[in-house]
Structure formats: structure tokens, C-alpha cells
Design a protein around this ligand. Structure first.
Ligand code: S3P
Length: 174
């Protein structure tokens, strides 16, 4: 079984993924980190040197390379499920969880940690609010295709409990 965590930048996909993997006794993969390992560059450097188009291709290929992995929680990048046909692949290959987060909480989190995020690092607060709003409008229809949606309520522990409960019908009986 593969579990894919999706949601906007700053939704907490990685922190939640690590915890969820632990309670399920699954492996954990952070897609951005895997891309950085494969490419030998940070996401920021990849964007700077090779551009977003290159990154998106790499992102798709890296995700698809996980096809034969089992018992793994994969934290996707914010834009991963929004690429052409990737949602179809995700649906065929595992269970997806959308971490739904309010725009105000996203802005709050992203503003203090924007330096290492190439898409937003040059934005001021007002521009960031506009960016999150516009991108969310583009991406919502992809995120909403997830099998499970969990609202972000600040307590990671509680969210993991909720996720595990909602996953139960899909997990093999142990
Ligand atoms: C992106 C999100 C980032 C990373 C890249 C592009 C996006 O991942 O993949 O900077 O398009 O939203 P996180 O959501 O893990 O920050």
C-alpha cells in the first residue's frame, strides 16, 4: 500500500508524513528530498539552474519511479498532483490524503519560511496572500480528488490519529 499526502506548500505534509509512517510502521519518503538526492541539488538550485519545467518533469518521473514500493507514506510537493494526469496515476497506485489548510494559516507559515521556497521567496506579504489565493484556485480541483481529506487543526498528533482512522478501511487487516 502506498499513501500519498498532498496539499499546499506549508500544509505540513512532511511533518505529518513522518508521524503517519511511524504509527503505520511504513517507510517514509519526502518527494522533494528524494528529488534533491537524485539531482544532487536543492529544489531551489534546480529551479534556478534548470527552471520549473525541468523540475516538473523530474518530479513526475521521480514519483513514478516509486511504483513498486510498498508500505510507504509519500509526502508530495505542493504542485505534484496538479501536473498533467498525475492524479490518475496517484489514484491507481495508492490512497491519497489531502491536508486541507486555511489560506490564512498557509500565509502565516509560508511568510516566515519563504527563503527556501523558490516560488515565493521574492514575494512581500501582500503578494504572498495574492499568490496563495490564486494558486489555491488553480489547484483546489486536483487536491479535492483525494480519497481522504483531513482539516489542518494545528495538533499534528490529533491529525495523525484522524488519518489513521480514515485509512483503516483501505489498509489490509493485520
Ligand atoms: C512547490 C512546492 C514545494 C516544491 C517546489 C514547488 C509547489 O514542495 O515541490 O518548491 O509548486 O507548490 P512543498 O509543498 O513540500 O513545499
Amino acid at each position: 500500500m502506498k499513501i500519498f499526502l498532498m496539499g499546499f506548500m506549508g500544509a505540513g505534509k512532511s511533518s505529518l508524513g513522518i508521524r503517519l509512517a511511524k504509527v503505520l510502521d511504513y517507510d517514509f519518503i519526502d518527494l522533494d528530498e528524494l528529488i534533491e538526492e537524485i539531482e544532487g541539488q536543492s529544489i531551489q538550485e534546480i529551479f534556478e539552474d534548470k527552471g520549473e519545467r525541468y523540475f516538473r518533469k523530474l518530479e513526475t518521473n521521480t514519483l513514478k519511479s516509486l511504483r513498486d514500493r510498498q508500505n510507504v507514506v509519500v509526502s508530495l510537493g505542493g504542485g505534484t498532483p496538479c501536473q498533467n494526469k498525475i492524479m490518475e496515476w496517484i489514484k491507481k497506485n495508492g490512497i491519497s490524503i489531502y491536508i486541507q489548510t486555511s489560506q490564512s494559516l498557509l500565509v502565516q507559515r509560508l511568510y516566515s519560511a519563504k527563503a527556501k521556497r523558490p516560488l515565493i521567496k521574492a514575494l512581500n506579504k501582500k503578494e504572498l496572500i495574492q499568490y496563495v489565493k490564486a494558486k489555491m484556485n488553480q489547484r483546489r480541483s486536483f487536491y479535492n480528488q483525494a480519497v481522504i481529506t483531513v482539516r489542518n487543526d494545528r495538533s499534528l498528533k490529533l491529525m495523525v490519529v484522524k488519518m489513521k482512522k480514515r485509512l483503516t478501511p483501505f489498509l489490509p487487516a493485520s
